[in-house]
Write a protein that binds this ligand. Structure first.
Ligand SMILES: Cc1cc2nc3c(=O)[nH]c(=O)nc-3n(C[C@H](O)[C@H](O)[C@H](O)COP(=O)(O)OP(=O)(O)OC[C@H]3O[C@@H](n4cnc5c(N)ncnc54)[C@H](O)[C@@H]3O)c2cc1C
Length: 400
């Protein structure tokens, strides 16, 4: 049964909203999460083909909020090496863990199992209520309180609203926060395959001419194939029979994996990037994709979303300890200042990579080969990226 007053209302029980709810477990705040999907969609998420590459920092946060314990070890695939190819060239840029004591650059976990783990943890927390099958349809905030209106007409008062309602956030729009959108006019197609030869826990990113093909190594001789094509080619690829699709993928990886067999469904995602110009308003904060919706090529979206909720929840817990207002402008400004710089760097950096590596103009091809060769031969660039990947405090980069 819903009450009319909570301390915090979270809009959306996706990975970002539920992570934030889990971060509220050890305080006395009354937290309400509103989710428009039915209970069964959130409590039993279906496989969606996404394999999420988690940084060391994300792992640390998931452990801290008690979610990692709900993920089976056998579902976690360590990523030991990553290689980038351009056109038909040999690998031009590579990253590995050889010269360090760490086990992996990052860890791959299926998205639906992360969502399941988040659901399991969040639904055990006493001070968190999750309401399904109902939407937030309006939002109004002022210096003393924040109100949401639900699709059943109910009005709920709180001290702070946290919007985690996807990159196409309606709530962001209702709060008058502008965002930039970039339609890449590309579709990402993902599926699981098994193959004859070992992938050696090495991710491959092949910027082919006309399309991009990536391989994410999972446990055993199993990988996720990630194919990015222009929207007008996507139907043809989605409708290809399995044999033809596997031949296409196998050739794309220069037949190094031996025979390939598709073992999962093919899922497709239209690619649209979104960058919100502000992460806050009066008694209002944006987290997850609602704050920054990344192009998945650099595998940052959820990592950045986890980081955003971690910074916000740390500020809230600090305010609680000192008796300060959990929805104050100062607190929200502190959150925005800590998150926006890295978000900008990731978002615009990723879009820059996408522009450089998906433009097949002869001059641009030359430039990208030079960039890759330079990055590979100039140790500070490689060590900076590897360090970001593996240092738990600062990490947020996966190099593909
Ligand atoms: C193919 C692919 C691969 C990816 N790989 C990686 C990766 O390797 N690493 C990585 O870090 N990230 C990756 N990502 C990104 C990652 O999946 C997303 O960043 C993450 O899922 C976003 O979570 P979210 O909770 O912010 O948003 P969403 O998952 O979009 O959740 C939003 C929720 O809000 C609910 N909602 C919306 N509006 C309302 C409303 N008005 N009222 C109530 N509820 C509402 C929705 O029903 C939904 O449940 C990938 C993405 C794709 C597409």
């Amino acid at each position: 049964m819903l009450n009319e007053v909570y301390d915090i209302v979270v809009v959306g029980a996706g990975p970002a909203g539920l992570s934030f709810a889990c971060s509220m477990a050890d305080n006395d705040l009354k937290v309400l999460v509103i989710e428009k999907s039915p209970f069964k969609v959130i409590s039993k998420p279906s496989p969606d083909g996404r394999e999420i590459a988690l940084t060391h920092n994300s792992l640390k946060i998931l452990k801290k909020i008690g979610v990692w314990d709900f993920i089976e070890d056998s579902e976690v695939s360590p990523l030991k090496e990553a290689k980038v190819f351009d056109g038909e060239s040999d690998s031009l840029l590579s990253f590995d863990t050889n010269k360090s004591s760490i086990e992996a650059l990052g860890y791959l976990v299926p998205n639906y199992l992360i969502r399941l783990a988040l659901f399991k943890k969040a639904s055990q927390i006493e001070n968190v209520t999750i309401q399904y099958d109902i939407s937030v349809v309006d939002v109004k905030t002022n210096p003393s309180n924040a109100n949401i209106v639900l699709s059943n007409g109910m009005v709920i008062k709180s001290k702070l609203i946290v919007a985690a309602d996807s990159r196409f956030s309606e709530i962001r729009r209702k709060m008058g926060i502008p965002s930039m959108m970039k339609d890449f006019s590309k579709v990402m197609i993902v599926t699981r395959v098994s193959h004859e030869n070992s992938h050696n826990q090495t991710a491959l990113e092949c910027f082919k001419y006309g399309y991009t093909l990536a391989l994410l190594p999972l446990n055993g001789n199993v990988s996720s194939v990630v194919l990015t094509v222009s929207t007008d080619q996507s139907e043809e690829i989605l409708n290809m029979d399995n044999e033809k699709f596997c031949d296409f993928a196998s050739e794309g990886f220069n037949n190094k994996l031996g025979a390939i067999k598709q073992i999962g469904d093919r899922h497709s995602y239209p690619l649209v990037g979104v960058f919100s110009q502000k992460l806050r308003a009066t008694r209002f904060a944006l987290i997850g994709d609602a704050a920054v919706g990344m192009h998945p090529v650099t595998a940052h979206g959820f990592n950045l979303g986890l980081r955003s909720q971690d910074i916000l929840s740390n500020s809230i817990n600090k305010a609680l300890n000192s008796g300060a207002d959990i929805g104050s402008d100062n607190l929200l400004r502190e959150y925005e200042n800590k998150q926006i710089y890295l978000s900008k760097l990731m978002y615009f950096g990723t879009n820059g990579i996408v522009s450089l590596f998906t433009n097949d103009d002869a001059k641009v091809k030359k430039i990208r080969q030079l960039v890759l060769k330079f990055a590979n031969r100039f140790p500070p660039v490689k060590s900076l990226i590897t360090k970001h990947l593996t240092e738990s405090k600062k990490s947020n980069l996966i190099p593909f």
